[in-house]
Design a protein around this ligand. Structure first.
Ligand SMILES: Nc1ncnc2c1ncn2[C@@H]1O[C@H](COP(=O)(O)OP(=O)(O)O)[C@@H](O)[C@H]1O
Ligand SMILES: [Mg+2]
Length: 415
């Protein structure tokens, strides 16, 4: 039986204790042992608290909540702290991690909390309490996981991930591509595949999961690439949990050289769980000031989550487009040089419509060569990537103080 876990909860009036309790399944062996209304706790009170984890439940953008997270981190070191809030605004998520949070989850307003969300909260709490073992102890073995991220819709995440996956597969690497854009995933479409089975079917299949069973849910692409497709309908997305994904990644690492994960434009709990175990991050940005600024925020967040800049490859898509920004401006906003520049090319939308990635069509265009060079980077240096050390001690703190926390701002197509 799972060991019982004790949690303390500090909350504001937007997140009453009743709501928080409803987010924790009754049969989860997680006990709320202390409750604080408000965040005005001093170091002495925190030191005296006898709990495995602190939950801070707050309105989006709450500076007082993050002050408490930071104080907890200072006073209690490795004892985990998790933020529950009403939205996943990127700047607030980043500020929470900067303050020392181990995880960030989005609250449901109630009155009826979806069972699956409560399971996610249970999983995140268990993960938080057990993950403080050393990075070496929990470092995943086997295939390299590459998580493709981008701060908004339409920047080229799916173009990058499908071409990367296909290019690795045609070079003889056992590669699987997972579509984690759970509501609007279009990986199968971009590869010309008809998804007979999806991540949703896998999630609701019941019973225990092993490598043989998982194989039944992988689509076969002519390049040799295997694909785990996104659910067919947006409402099916909730069935796919971070817990399921963690099991799927562990099983796939045993059989595959590369696991490429395409994502939605938001730090959802599934994306955070993926970033947590990724060896590499491929960050896709577009050549406009807003995308570059948001990419910079994303890069900063990754560093706070324990990924060194060497584990991150930046793809600058639609590079060279004349939008009044010079290459030097782009580097300045991004804070680093992009690793790959993909120009705008009509061939790309045509290839999506045809369902044939440009890295497979024999094209010698600059765009095709650029994306192929991305695959070459991972091929030539796969061993050097280590899974991130997500223990808080590895985080660079104090870099991104939350002097200014942005008001709630919806991420494109996100929550
Ligand atoms: N370099 C490019 N040149 C021309 N069109 C592009 C380029 N990159 C992406 N596109 C087009 O932009 C659209 C969005 O790309 P996609 O990869 O689906 O974005 P995301 O997955 O980030 O939402 C697609 O229709 C694609 O064909
Ligand atoms: Mg996409």
């Amino acid at each position: 039986m799972a060991r019982r876990i004790t949690v303390a909860v500090a909350h504001d009036e937007t997140a009453p204790i009743r709501l928080i309790r409803e987010h924790i399944p009754e049969d989860s062996a997680i006990d709320v042992v202390e409750e604080f209304s408000g965040f005005e706790l001093n170091a002495e009170a925190l030191l005296r608290l006898d709990a495995d984890l602190l939950l801070v439940a707050c309105r989006e953008g709450s500076g007082a909540a993050l002050d408490l997270v930071e104080l907890w981190h200072t006073v209690r070191g490795r004892t985990p702290v998790m933020v529950l809030s009403h939205g996943s605004d990127q700047e607030f998520v980043q500020a929470a991690f900067a303050a020392g949070a181990d995880d960030f989850l989005v609250l449901h307003p109630g009155p009826y909390i979806p069972e699956q969300l409560a399971r996610d909260v249970e999983f995140a709490i268990r993960k938080g309490v057990t993950r403080n073992r050393s990075a070496a102890e929990r470092g995943p073995e086997g295939g390299n996981l590459i998580c493709v991220l981008g701060s908004k819709g339409g920047v080229g995440k799916t173009v990058s991930s499908t071409n990367l996956g296909a290019a690795l597969a045609t070079r003889g690497k056992r590669t699987v591509l997972i579509d984690l854009d759970l509501q609007f995933g279009d990986v199968a479409l971009a590869l010309g595949l008809a998804p007979e089975v999806t991540l949703f079917d896998l999630a609701v299949s019941g019973g225990s999961l092993d490598r043989d069973k998982l194989d039944d849910f992988l689509l076969r692409h002519p390049s040799g690439l295997r694909v785990l497709a996104a659910p067919a309908r947006p409402d099916q997305a909730v069935s796919v949990t971070a817990q399921l994904l963690t099991t799927v990644y562990a099983l796939l690492r045993e059989d595959y050289d590369f696991i490429v994960v395409d994502t939605p434009p938001a730090f959802t709990s599934e994306v955070i769980a993926t970033v947590d175990v990724a060896n590499w991050i491929c960050m896709v940005a577009m050549f406009d000031a807003l995308s570059l600024k948001n990419t910079r925020l994303g890069l900063d967040t990754l560093e706070l989550m324990g990924h060194s800049p060497e584990q991150v490859r930046v793809v600058l898509n639609r590079a060279g487009t004349n939008v009044g920004i010079s290459d030097a401006d782009a580097v300045e906003i991004l804070g680093r040089r992009p690793d790959v520049l993909v120009p705008s090319d009509r061939e790309i939308p045509v290839s999506i419509n045809d369902g044939v990635p440009i890295t497979l069509s024999g094209s010698r265009s600059q765009a095709a060569q650029a994306i192929t060079s991305l695959a070459e980077m991972f091929l030539h240096d796969p061993e050097s990537a280590q899974a991130p050390a997500t223990t808080k001690s590895k985080r660079r703190r104090g870099l991104f103080r939350r002097k200014r926390v942005a008001p709630a701002r919806e991420l494109a197509r996100g929550h």
